[in-house]
Design a protein around this ligand. Structure first.
Ligand code: PLP
Length: 451
């Protein structure tokens, strides 16, 4: 029997039948392998770029985009949520992978345009969009502005009229969480910061549908963050499409686009399982098949805006141990950076996996280790009992899964330390994509007036 020509379907599916050259599935869940980060030597990265630094594995980002894209049914599109990581060098790579961008500000608009995203592939969502931001979005000709309130709709309509444009829009639905965040409901969302309750949204839909300067595409709702549960993700999409169909019918327009936001999760602990992409794809295919039987939904597209899923596991924050205290059995390693560069651990109280990156790490005893940054606050702790090879001054420690909501969510001014540099690795080759900013540079831009 050759591997190309299985004797029978049963045999081909039988794992005991040897598959001589079975292709190995591409690794998509970690950038750490054989002590390397994205194929680059941590010691060389630290030597060439200094510490602390963020390292991004662009090849892994590409593989994650491909892996997700491969399971999505026809008519599903992806837009990377730029808020997860707005580094220009990373965005230029994502743009080259052929997906769109989800942005939340004028600053992010400027960034994605410079990174090379086609304007039509850009959707802008977020509360409090200023007139100048809306005008920039309309002028650029972006694919969709997601409108969060009747007031914003009115302002956008005026701006589009002044610019003599017809701006495609989505309307954002307010969602209601139950007390335990176990389920997000689309119906019953109250007036709040995000989106519009359904009755308000329906009125906005009628206005948008009637406006010569707006083109109503459909609706948007963000469910919940960091979901590893396929059913919850798919239920959100299914329910949102059902609401969208109702809204479009009442407004008298076809439902052309439903934007289900992001929320695709990643494991932050060894015990958590990665999102089951095959199951996600299979369940979405079922939905697509059902929609295809409905003439009102056949042409509809669905946009997903993952941020964390695409880049989270493809980034690591690397810092150097500057002091080791405590005891041999329970050491405390103090790093040259902490929550000033990666605040997520303290913010959501969810530890991230750590790795000690020394060439002799495997030969060292593993001990429960406290890993902390240099800030004068008890919050500046990455882990209190991480089982790590016994640390020494000069070692490098990586906080893994830091590619999303890492650098961008940091608080670089606290205690006047240098910022972290950002480095991208591709094909094992590392390039600086954002230089470190020194406290002196920050100082030089300040003014002490002579009163
Ligand atoms: C509107 C919108 N889209 C997408 C995202 C990305 O979410 P995630 O990174 O969890 O996929 C967010 C995150 O807050 C969001 O607010």
């Amino acid at each position: 029997m050759t591997t190309q020509e299985p004797a029978s379907v049963e045999q081909a599916a039988d794992p005991s039948v040897e598959q001589a050259e079975a292709p190995r599935p591409p690794q998509i869940d970690t950038m750490l392998g054989d002590g390397l980060l994205g194929g680059a030597s941590p010691a060389a990265l630290a030597r060439d770029f200094g510490t602390p630094l963020y390292v991004y594995d662009l090849d892994l980002i590409g593989r994650r985009i491909d892996a997700l894209g491969a399971v999505l049914p026809f008519g599903f599109r992806l837009a990377f949520a730029v808020k997860a990581n707005p580094a220009l060098g990373l965005l230029a790579h994502v743009a080259g992978c052929g997906i769109g961008a989800d942005i939340a500000s004028g600053g992010e608009l400027e960034t994605v345009l410079r990174a090379g995203f086609a304007p039509v592939s850009i959707a802008m969502t977020g509360p409090g969009k200023r007139d100048d931001e809306l005008a920039a979005a309309v002028t650029a000709g972006i694919g969709a502005v997601t409108v969060e309130s009747p007031g914003e709709l009115e302002r956008l309509e005026g701006i589009a009229a002044r610019l003599q444009r017809r701006q495609p829009v989505l309307l954002r639905l307010a969602v209601a969480d139950d007390a335990k965040f176990e389920r997000v409901r689309l119906i019953g969302g109250a007036e709040g910061k995000f989106g519009m309750p359904l009755p308000v949204l329906k009125e906005a839909a009628k206005r948008a549908a009637a406006s010569p300067n707006l083109e109503l595409l459909g609706i948007h709702a963000f469910g919940a963050s960091n979901l590893l549960d396929v059913d919850r993700l798919v239920d959100h999409v299914a329910e949102l499409v059902a609401v969208g169909e109702e809204v479009a019918a009442e407004a008298g327009v076809p439902l052309r686009l439903v934007d289900a936001g992001g929320g695709l999760g990643i494991p932050y602990a060894d015990a958590e399982k990665p999102l089951d992409l095959a199951a996600l794809g299979a369940r979405l295919e079922e939905l697509r098949a059902r929609w295809d039987r409905d003439p009102a939904l056949r042409e509809m597209e669905v946009l997903l805006e993952p941020g964390r899923f695409l880049v989270g596991p493809a980034g690591a924050y690397v810092a150097r141990v500057v002091d080791v205290k405590g005891t041999d059995a329970a050491p405390v390693a103090i790093l040259d950076g902490g929550i000033n560069h990666l605040v997520r651990t303290a913010l959501v109280r969810q530890p991230q996996r750590l790795a000690l990156l020394a060439t002799d790490a495997d030969s060292r005893e593993r001990v429960p280790t406290t890993v902390a940054g240099p800030l004068c606050t008890g919050l500046d702790v990455f882990a209190t009992a991480a089982l790590l090879p016994k640390p020494q001054v000069g070692d490098l420690i990586a906080v893994l899964d830091a590619g999303a909501y890492g650098f961008t969510e940091s608080m670089p001014y606290f205690l006047s330390h240098p910022t972290a540099a950002e480095v991208a690795v591709r094909g094992g080759e590392a390039r600086l994509i954002r230089p470190r900013v020194s406290p002196r540079e920050l100082l030089d831009s300040q003014v002490a007036p002579r009163w």
